[in-house]
Design a protein around this ligand. Structure first.
Ligand code: FA5
Length: 344
């Protein structure tokens, strides 16, 4: 009986070792472990039969069985390690890439032409001593119209129909309300020298008029400011933005909040004044509305028109970008077509 058990143990050890050596997967290794070493495994069954062996033989056979268990456990671990290594090598090989291959080129972005115009214009006016302020896009009727001499029912309101939130609150139609907000904040301090860029909204929609567009408001208030100061500032700006050859032309116009008022043209940046398709043969391009601040508007802002005067203008930033960069349809700025935007 002991001899039989001993040879069974040896046979089991040999069979298990051969099976382990040829196991090709982790699952196969686990199956061998269960088959021989598991609770219901073959080695466990042999150990149970030790009880029927004469007592004197039991320690030796017990030790032999333990040795078989340890050997088998070590063998299984060894095989598992080998298989893991093979598996990792396969994974590394499939992950490998050729570092000498050319890379995927990164597409470099650029600033939106409007942002370039907005920042470029700000820089010009900052260099002339103006500071940059902001006003709300959702504005009181009072600031957008009434304090600018445009009471309810005034016919000049028709040119700036807007999007109303209530009877008294609207999306601002121009940046001119920032004139009032600034004067209210600063009065009676002098001088006032600000530019206020920002979004404005109107019920407009054609190639040169979009329902949302951008203006840059300029306001200066001081003792003794004249139309000459306005013209000098405009000329300085026009030369900085369109080039040193540029001249400006003031045409009489009407805005309820300036007196006198003018439309301002600059020499056409395409033909330098000779006349072309862009300027419709005139040699001039209309760029902004301007004037001397109306005495009542100065009063509304907290300044005494007997003592101080001011000039103001409102420039279309989109229009300034269109004329400088030479494209014909303002709507291109808002279509998000990269083929257009990346040209600037
Ligand atoms: C005004 O908005 C006056 N607030 C300007 C002003 C300010 C006058 C201070 C006097 C003193 P106007 O409606 O002309 O004026 O607009 C000014 C500029 O905004 C225009 O010259 C044009 O460049 C631009 N503009 C007007 N409507 C649109 C539009 N729908 N889309 C794009 N640009 C526009």
């Amino acid at each position: 009986m002991p001899a039989e058990l001993e040879s069974k143990l040896e046979e089991l050890a040999r069979a298990a070792e051969v099976a382990t050596d040829v196991a090709g997967t982790m699952a196969a290794v686990d199956a061998i472990r269960w088959r021989y070493l598991g609770k219901k495994g073959e080695l466990t069954a042999l150990l149970r039969s030790l009880g029927s062996v004469p007592e004197a033989e039991r320690p030796r056979l017990g030790a032999l069985a333990n040795e078989v268990r340890e050997r088998l456990t070590a063998e299984l671990e060894r095989r598992r390690g080998e298989l893991l290594k093979v598996q990792q090598e396969l994974e590394f090989a499939s992950d490998a890439y050729d570092v000498t291959l050319p890379g995927i080129p990164l597409r470099l972005g650029c600033k939106h032409p409007l942002t370039q115009a907005w920042e470029g214009l700000e820089d010009i006016f900052i260099a002339m001593g103006f500071s940059v302020v902001e006003g709300p896009e959702v504005e009181w009727d009072r600031y957008n119209f009434e304090l600018l001499n445009l009471p309810k029912g005034h016919p000049a309101r028709d040119m700036q129909d807007s999007f109303y939130i209530t009877d008294e609150i609207l999306l601002r139609t121009h940046t001119s309300p920032v004139q009032l907000r600034t004067m209210e904040r600063m009065a009676p301090k002098l001088p006032v020298r600000i530019v206020a860029p920002g979004r404005v909204y109107r019920r407009d929609d054609d190639p040169t008029h979009t329902p949302m567009f951008h203006q840059l408001e300029c306001l200066a208030v001081d003792v003794g400011l004249s139309l000459g100061d306005l013209k000098g500032t405009l000329l300085q700006f026009a030369r900085a933005w369109f080039g040193p050859q540029t001249t400006v032309r003031l045409r009489p116009s009407y805005f309820p909040f300036t007196e006198p008022s003018c439309e301002v043209d600059v020499t056409c940046s395409m033909c330098r004044g000779a006349g072309c398709g862009v300027c419709k043969g005139t040699g001039w391009l209309e760029i902004l509305g301007a004037g001397m601040v109306h005495p009542q508007v100065l009063r509304n802002g907290g300044y005494d028109p007997e003592k101080v005067s001011g000039f103001a203008f409102g420039l279309g930033i989109d229009r300034a970008a269109m004329l400088k960069f030479g494209f014909g349809d303002l709507r291109l700025l808002f279509n998000n077509d990269v083929r257009f935007l990346e040209q600037f």
